[in-house]
Design a binder for this molecule. Structure first.
Ligand code: AMP
Length: 142
């Protein structure tokens, strides 16, 4: 199967702006940043996305996310940070190697670019609907 662009970055076939590396994880600047300092964190072990990721790989990423998020935030005194993670094309995934977006957020007056607009339109549900959803999901955890 054809390597993804992130596997090519890991294999040093194409360049990247490295931010962090250990035995399991690599982090680098997103080359199409939506805010200043937008950073990607990826596992060295390949998985397509969250669905086929083993728990050790997830743990390795989870261990370094706070450290990298803190560095990204403090570098330009960000006003906040969003962490995004897209799985499958319909959810916005375009590179099929698991990755986490660390996206620092800036108020307008900061002078740093922040082109992100988040829309989060909530839906009202009845208690019975919550209970059905809860049961369905918890059953799938078993
Ligand atoms: P997603 O849409 O969640 O799959 O995110 C993929 C991200 O990878 C996008 O934000 C792209 O801007 C970024 N990207 C694509 N190619 C490269 C590259 N060569 N180096 C760094 N980031 C990249």
């Amino acid at each position: 199967m054809e390597k993804t662009i992130f596997e090519k970055i890991l294999d040093k076939e194409i360049p990247s702006y490295k931010i962090y590396e250990d035995d399991y994880v690599y982090a680098f600047l997103d080359v199409f940043p939506i805010t200043k300092g937008h950073t990607l964190v990826i596992p060295k072990k390949h998985s397509r996305n969250i669905f086929d990721c083993d728990s050790e790989t997830a743990a390795n990423i989870g261990r370094v996310l706070p450290k990298i998020a803190n560095a990204v935030k403090s570098s330009f005194s960000a006003d906040g940070v969003n962490i995004f993670q897209n799985n499958e094309e319909y959810a916005g995934q375009s590179v099929f190697h698991l990755h986490f977006h660390i996206v620092p957020r800036y108020k307008k007056e900061s002078g740093h670019f922040d082109n992100l607009e988040i829309k989060w339109p909530p839906q009202k549900l009845e208690q019975q609907q919550f209970l059905e959803i809860q049961e369905k999901i918890t059953n799938n955890l078993k």
